[in-house]
Design a protein around this ligand. Structure first.
Ligand code: HEC
Ligand code: HEC
Length: 264
């Protein structure tokens, strides 16, 4: 049932957006969008409108899901969100689920990218993101300090100038997935230096360092107060998210039950 609701809502939103002012007036040429969007002054009011589409998956609060299917994006540095959106549009980062929503037709041009990225950065973050087992944190700390601080910062706060993602407060399972995808080259848009540096990690190393990363204490001004809901979406039906949308195309027919032996 929930699965159907999810798709109904998705279709309704697409139709709604197709006819609303969120629609692009002048789509831009692919490429160079990152640099262009950075130059613009964002409009938060417009960002809020564009963000409506994103709520389908990232939720009104932008907190994603603990199981890692959707990342938390709330609080992410705007330059990082801009780069990810531009990369996804330019097919530099594969994200088949989300790509249609980043299209010029639905999201808009560079101005809309800048607007929505600024809106997202201003959303307070999930005070209870998903974390790992907690079994190997000392190892995680050693690795993090040696291999990650240089780029992602001592608390995983990222770097605006170099569009290095803030990874603090991210769900452990999402971190694990991205890290493995980066390591194995599935996610292509990453600094080759990072890829090289993490190639030799063992499975234990990866789990330890991601667990450690998922537990950074967020700066007070970035965290939502308990029970906070995004007031920009007061009527949003916040029912629990359905599980991974997946419909098998073919179901093996179930054979009729065998008659109990000795019946005939
Ligand atoms: C249909 C679902 C869906 C919609 C709608 C959607 N996203 Fe996403 N988004 C995803 C998924 C799934 C991922 C993670 C992809 C992966 O694992 O690489 C993601 C990842 C991202 C990321 C990268 C986060 C990171 O740290 O790696 C950003 C930024 C993002 N989305 C922003 C947006 C914005 C802005 C919108 C609205 C314009 C939007 N998304 C709409 C599903 C969606
Ligand atoms: C040389 C700099 C560098 C080093 C060292 C580095 N990273 Fe990264 N990392 C990046 C950049 C840049 C990105 C974003 C790439 C992009 O999509 O533009 C990234 C992306 C990530 C992501 C995905 C984040 C997201 O929101 O999608 C994770 C997780 C991550 N790094 C974890 C780590 C960890 C843990 C370490 C240490 C073991 C590490 N990185 C070391 C530069 C670095």
């Amino acid at each position: 049932m929930l699965y159907i609701d999810f798709h109904k809502r998705l279709t309704a939103l697409v139709l709604l957006l197709g006819s609303s002012s969120v629609l692009a007036t002048s789509p831009v040429e692919p490429g160079g969008e990152y640099e262009q969007a950075l130059e613009l002054t964002p409009n938060l009011e417009n960002g809020k409108k564009s963000y409506m589409m994103c709520t389908i998956c990232h939720r009104p609060e932008g907190w994603g899901r603990e199981d890692g299917m959707f990342p938390q994006i709330a609080g992410q540095l705007a330059s990082v969100t801009i780069k990810q959106l531009a990369d996804i549009r330019a097919r530099n980062r594969d994200n088949p689920t989300m790509r249609p929503f980043t299209s010029a037709r639905l999201l808009g041009g560079v101005q809309e990218i800048a607007d929505v990225a600024a809106y997202i950065e201003n959303l307070p973050m999930n005070p209870r993101n998903g974390v790992g087992s907690g079994n190997d944190l000392a190892r995680g700390e050693t690795i993090y300090e040696k291999e990650c601080t240089e780029c992602h910062g001592a608390q995983g706060e990222g770097d605006r100038e170099d569009h290095i993602p803030s990874i603090q407060g991210q769900h452990y399972r999402y971190l694990m997935r991205q890290f493995e995808w980066i390591r194995h080259g599935k996610r292509r848009n990453v600094d080759p230096k990072m890829v090289k540096q993490i190639k030799r990690f063992t499975g234990r190393d990866v789990m330890a360092v991601m667990d450690y990363t998922s537990r950074f204490k967020l700066p007070a001004e970035k965290v939502a107060t308990p029970g906070w809901q995004n007031p920009d979406y007061p009527k949003y039906a916040r029912q629990p998210m359905p599980h991974t949308p997946y419909t098998p195309r073919y179901r093996r027919p179930v054979p009729p039950p065998r008659p109990a032996s000795g019946m005939y």
